[in-house]
Ligand binder design. Sequence first.
Ligand code: UDX
Length: 435
Amino acid sequence: MSDREPIGVVGVGWVGLVTAACFAELGHPVVARDIVPEKIDALRRGEVPIHEPGLPVLVERNAERLTFTTEIGELLAAARLVFVCVETPPTYSGDADLTAVMNAVQEVRDGHRALVMKSTVPVGTGMTIRRRAPGIAYVACPEFLREGSAVRDFLEPDRVVIGSEPGDEEAADSVAAVYEPLGAPIVRTDVSSAEMIKLASNAFLATKISFINEIANVCEEVGADVTEVARGMGLDDRIGPKFLRAGAGYSGSCLPKDVSGLKQLAGNSGYHFQLLTSVIEVNELQKRRLVGKLAKHLGSLVGKRIALLGLAFKPDTDDMREAASLVLATRLQSEGATVAAYDPVAEEQARDLLPAVEMSPSALKAVDGADAAVLITEWPEFAELDWREAARRMRTPLLVDGRNFLDPDAVRRAGFTYEAIGRPTSRGNGEPSGG
Ligand code: UDX
C-alpha cells in the first residue's frame, strides 16, 4: 500500500475524475465518490464516461489505487483531505448555483476533515462556509484545467493556488505537500484572493479573446489580416501569443460561466463591471457573425443547405456547453436553412441539443449537396480533408472558416470561395497562409 496521503474526491465529473486519476498517478490512494450510481458502476468496470485525452490510460494504470463509491462514509473513513469537485452551474441570473457545493459541505462537516474547494465558486463562498462549518479546515484550491489537455494541465500546472485563513494552515500545508512533487510555483494566499485569482484569470482570458475578435472585425473593414496582427502582437512579452486566436467566440463550460459569474458578483456588491459587460456582448455577437458571412454570399438562407464541420466547443472534447455551433445551428434554422453536421466525437452529446440537425457520419457526407460549409471546431482531421472532393460534392463551394484554421490558398486552390475571421476575403498578392 502507498505511504502517500490518502485523498478523497467528492464529485466525479470531469474535474473530479481528472483530479482523482492524477492524484492516483502521483501515488496517492484515492477514494472518489459520486451520487450517480450508473457513473460509479461504469467507472468500476473501467469505463471512462468522458472524452479526455490520456485519462483512460491513467484510470486503468492506477486502478489499484482508485476506489469509486457512492458512499460518503467510505470516503470519509479513508481520507483526511477531501477535494470538492462538484458542479457550480450558472443560474438564470448569472450567479453560480451552489447547491452541490453546499451539499458536499454538509456531508463533510461532521467528519473533522480538511475540505479543499476545487470547484469554481463566487468570491466570499469560502468565508461563508468557514462560518457555517467551523468544525472543518477549509482550503481554497481552484482548478485551472482545460478540457482536452486536463491531464497535462494537472500534472504540469503553471501554478497552484492555495488559499487559507489563520487556523487552517496545517490543512493548507498538507495540500501544498501533495502538489509539491509537480514542481510548479505554489501561490499561498487568503481564501477570498484564491477564489478571485480563478475568476479573474478566466475573465482576463475571455477579455483577450473578445479583444482579438474585435480587432479581427476591424481588420475585415480595413483589409488587414488578424492572424498576422496577432503574430506581431504576441511577440511582445507583455502580451504573449496565447489566447489571441480570433474565431467564433469563446464557449465551453467555464469561460462564459466565470465571466458572467464575476460580472454578477461585482454587480451584487454594488460595482458595475463595465469591461466584462462588453466582453460578454462582443462574444455573443461574434458567435452570430458567421450567419452574416453566409448571407453575404448566399443572400436569403431560406431553403439553403448548410454543413457544420465540428460541433464541440473546441477540439479534443465532446463537450457542447455554450458551443458556438448551438447558436449558429439554431440561427440558421430560424432563417429557413437546413443544417447538416459532422463532429468526430460530439455527435451523441449534440443529438439531443440539436434534434433538427442532420448528423452525418463524415465531413464529406455532411457537405454533400450543401450550399456552404462552416468550420466551427478546429478538429485536426479537417486540415487533412480532401477539400477538392468536398468542393465537388457541394452545390456551391463556399467555406466559412470560423476558426481561421485552414490554409486559405490551399482551400481556394481546391475550388472554394473562402471566408474566415478577420482575414482578407479577396485573392490578393502575398496572402498569408493559415493552418
Ligand atoms: C478554460 C480555462 O482555460 C481553464 O483554465 C479553466 O479551468 C476552465 O476554462 P476550457 O473551457 O477547457 O478552459 O477551454 P479553453 O481552452 O480555455 O478555451 C475556451 C474557449 O475559448 C474555447 O471556445 C476556445 O475555442 C476559445 N478560444 C481560445 C478562442 O476563441 N481563442 C483563443 O485564442 C483561445
